[in-house]
Design a protein around this ligand. Structure first.
Ligand code: TXA
Ligand code: MG
Length: 334
């Protein structure tokens, strides 16, 4: 199959609609990462998404809708705090989990009685959702376990030959996946951290919990238990305060002939003169926007990525560190 990459316009939108209507998959941009979308009412189309990505079949998908779509058609109960949060943050990088009305295919939620709904703010995503006029089930448009795509080119690198169409909306400004928020209980609970932070949610809803997976308990957000976001090269993760140790390791690996590359926030660059360094930028938002692109660049140029965790904590960095630690096997060098 030829994979077409094209801008979102009067000729690509009808093509996207016809692919979705006949049960196919279309990659599209959002403000977080690119998604791989299919008609959420069509079980075979949704199952095809799992197949294309090699995604485990117990990891549910998010349904994406246009901002004017009436989500009461898809979910049963929207608590008052969720309405306030929707007013404050939607359209935007916040996915809200509700009790499902059972109207979309059961394959979307992998048999759970809840449904994750997202209204992306990206103008191209909104155009696509409006034109197609259907709720679109979409995971990130990468092969399962690989780094999520933040450009049309990244999608092409993973899915070339497997899908017909990639709608190109430029680089994603957000860079890490949406915050997933459980809105089925008395208070909202963050299942996956992202650009809409727990602090921001608590300011609107009065409080906000954070889900921590307990040993032996079934995962509330099944995606969190899988290996994720991993570049296809070796990785070693160092704490910010261990930057000198990271440099020693870099020098040793290079001496052995290993193509090692350092990945760190930009303020550390000057401590590594002469070394091959990929810079993440500075501050939570900028590092989030650059993270996946730099991990993908790293896997192309390096055998071994020597990653130094940024210094900042809290806010957006909670989501960034969650992704970075998972990408590096969740273990620090000492
Ligand atoms: O920013 C994003 O959310 C991107 C773009 C494309 O919208 N999508 C994305 O999808 O990251 P995916 O499939 O890679 O991650 C979906 C996450 C998983 O962690 C999954 O477990 C969780 O959402 N999820 C989906 N439905 C759920 C549900 N009913 N209950 C709890 N967690 C759910
Ligand atoms: Mg994903």
């Amino acid at each position: 199959m030829e994979t077409l990459i094209t801008a979102i316009d009067d000729s690509s939108l009808p093509l996207a609609k016809s692919i979705i209507e006949r049960g196919g998959a279309v990659a599209f941009p959002t403000e977080t990462v690119y998604g791989l979308g299919a008609n959420a009412f069509d079980t075979a189309a949704v199952e095809n998404i799992f197949e294309i990505k090699g995604r485990p079949n117990d990891n549910p998908l998010i349904v994406h809708v246009h901002k004017d779509y009436d989500i009461n058609r898809l979910v049963d109960h929207i608590p008052a705090y969720a309405k306030d949060l929707a007013d404050a943050f939607l359209p935007g990088p916040l996915t809200m989990v509700y009790k499902s009305s059972g109207r979309v295919s059961r394959a979307v939620s992998c048999g759970l009685n809840t449904l994750a709904v997202r209204i992306p703010s990206h103008a191209g995503a909104q155009e696509f959702l409006k034109y197609v006029g259907l709720p679109i089930a979409a995971p990130s448009a990468n092969l399962s376990k690989h780094v999520s795509p933040t450009s049309a080119r990244h999608v092409w690198e993973d899915l070339n030959g497997k899908i017909e169409l990639i709608l190109d909306g430029g680089a994603c400004s957000g860079g890490i996946e949406s915050t997933v928020l459980d809105c089925t209980g008395e208070i909202p609970i963050v299942l996956r951290s992202g650009l809409v932070t727990r602090e921001m949610i608590a300011r609107v809803a009065g409080c906000c919990g954070e889900y921590k997976m307990k040993e032996g308990e079934p995962a509330r957000s099944p995606g969190m238990k899988y290996k994720h976001y991993s570049p296809r090269c070796g990785t070693l993760l160092f704490k910010y305060d261990d930057a000198e140790k990271a440099l020693d390791r870099y020098v040793k690996e290079r001496a052995k002939g290993v193509k090692a590359v350092i990945l760190c926030e930009s303020s550390l660059r000057k401590r590594f003169t002469g070394a091959v360094v990929l810079e993440l930028g500075s501050g939570g938002e900028e590092i989030a926007a650059n993270l996946y692109g730099k991990l993908r660049e790293g896997e192309i140029i390096a055998d071994l990525l020597i990653v130094i965790a940024p210094q900042e904590r809290g806010g957006v960095m909670t989501g960034v560190m969650n992704r970075l630690e998972k990408a590096c096997g969740s273990k620090y060098e000492s």
